[in-house]
Design a protein around this ligand. Structure first.
Ligand code: NI
Length: 133
């Protein structure tokens, strides 16, 4: 079982109010849950900035009718097989496809793959989400 440590925190009123605003915005049940969230968010952001091993996903939405885009996307993905864990293709509508590519590896490699995919002509929107490995 995980040990829970308790500690007192002193905050200026302004910061205290900001913490409560975070609790309210994210609907956390209490301030402890908000602090857990902020610590993990910071850990994930620093892992990304320091080019450590991270996990994440790139999501792209593209035009189904641009066949050359699908081929280019697959070529790019074959260059990054060392970081791609899985991918899923969803036919959103008659025109649009959604692709979710799950990743794990060095932050710079995840960014390189995401940048290449998102820059493809015909991609309407794309985003890389990164969390700690
Ligand atoms: Ni499709």
């Amino acid at each position: 079982m995980r040990t829970i440590k308790r500690f007192g925190v002193s905050l200026e009123e302004e910061l205290f109010n900001e913490l409560d605003a975070i609790v309210k915005k994210h609907k956390f049940p209490n301030r402890s849950q908000a602090i857990r969230f902020l610590i993990r968010k910071n850990t994930a952001e620093e892992a990304y900035e320091e080019n450590k091993e991270v996990s994440g996903a790139v999501v792209i939405i593209y035009d189904h009718h641009r066949r050359e885009l699908v081929n280019k996307s697959l070529d790019i993905q074959h260059e990054f097989t060392n970081i791609i864990l899985a991918s899923q293709h969803v036919h959103l509508s008659h025109h649009s496809c959604l692709e979710i590519i799950a990743l794990k590896g060095k932050a710079s490699n995840l960014k390189a793959l995401a940048d290449k995919l998102i820059a493809l002509k015909g991609v309407k929107h794309g985003k890389l989400v990164v969390t700690s490995a």
